[in-house]
Design a protein around this ligand. Sequence first.
Ligand code: NDP
Length: 491
Amino acid sequence: MSKKKKLTTASGRPYFENEDSMTAGPRGPVLLQDYYLHEKLAHFNRERIPERIVHAKGTGAFGTFRVTNDITDYTKAKLFGKVGNSCRVFVRFSTVGGEKGSADTERDPRGFAVKFYTEDGNWDLVGNNTPVFFIKDAKKFPDFIHTQKRDPKTNLKSPNMLWDYWSLNPESLHQVMILFSDRGTPDGYRFMNGYGSHTFSMYNSNNERVWVKFHFKTMQGNRTLTAARAEELKGKDPDYAQRDLVTAIEKGDFPRWALKIQVMTDEQAKAFRWNPFDITKVWPHGEYPLNDVGIMELNEIPSNYHADVEQSAFAPAHVVDGIGLSPDKMLQGRILSYPDAHRYRLGANYEQIPVNRPIHPVNNYQRDGMMRIDGNGGDKSNYFPNSFDDIEADKNYREHPMKLDSDVADFYDRNENDDDHYTQPGDLFRKVMNDTEKEHTISNFVASMSEISGPERDNIIRRQLSHFHKADEELAILIAKGLNFDFRPDK
Ligand code: NDP
């Protein structure tokens, strides 16, 4: 007797033939009653689930996170309760604008999404490899993303759309500066930092809240590709970053990142010269130093890509007790839009898919819906309150109210220095970049902006150069020179 498993239909019936259809006579035609043929073709037609609108091309790995430093002064999150605590994590890296089959070395921010499976539920830190973002209000997101995708008529990527939008939205300048430095083309996913990007909060066992920014510093060192090398790899190996991660982990070379936090008190937040909840700004390290928290190591490639990577679903809404949100407008918008995207892409019960399932038991009164596979609460009560079940809403998990000092704001209310889109990108260029990095950044700008064409070309270029000029005069002049553009900044 063979020890091999039997081929079966999806309903479990052992089946003997996987290649030849059942026919009327040896030459056919094929019989309608060959159910296994229908099942095979019909399932194949349904193999694709909707592609993520952004972050479609990605790769992922499981690993562990271990706490190395005590931050209980800031948070009562159980994960951080003791030095040495650890939990399993799943990380998905991605590019942002390209489709599922696009090249890994495109100039693009990289998604850096971490799911911590904690004993108090899943904590998702859904960030990028950049500490800032192009826009600070989620209301702008669909417009912004349209410019990163394809022209509605030609279906081509459009430098006109990119630069038109960026030049009309100067709050993008900081992220655009980072994107066009060589950090916009990281050498795979192992050699880049990750950032929570938003301001979050933490509260301790006395319910004292501080504002927090999260940084994952690569322990492999930052490594980037020049524009020429990135371009070459697009053709030679479009899956370069996926291959690099899988190959390294499969041979036991496990990548690691040090998790660090910046902390700001409420008093400091009030005195900060920028809005601390503005995702287009960083908190300077000199004033808000990085505190060590723990180490994350990735050490397991999922055995099935679709099951774990394609079906993984992260949401900034998923914080755990001791970690809170903030008034960051972009974060507030993502709290809605991420779970909404997952419900569309994976269905209302997406959190039951194994990669998304918490290790903590799920007890609530949500029932039914497509693809409910966890027993659906069995015979337990499906309403609250009731006299029968043993579920309690534990008041110890009550989050202390977040102090805010504003009334309902007008749509156009501005914080002081909100329109300072220039100081920080200028600092990046002047203080952080060395001469080679400056040179690469300028030539990357020139290469991209020289593709702007059409009747609005000169207006778009002039508008963008004037933003560069406000950040750093030399930067604007060198880009204008590279473009051979007659730029006369307004005095
Ligand atoms: P610091 O000199 O203390 O730190 C500079 C930071 O910039 C480091 O974190 C470094 O990362 C990172 N960096 C280096 N090159 C690039 C690049 N091309 N693109 C993006 N980041 C880069 O600076 P400050 O805190 O005083 O801030 C100065 C500027 O540095 C900011 O305006 C901002 O543009 C940038 N920056 C600041 C961050 C922050 O949270 N304060 C975070 C990232 C960037 P690494 O140490 O890993 O090499």
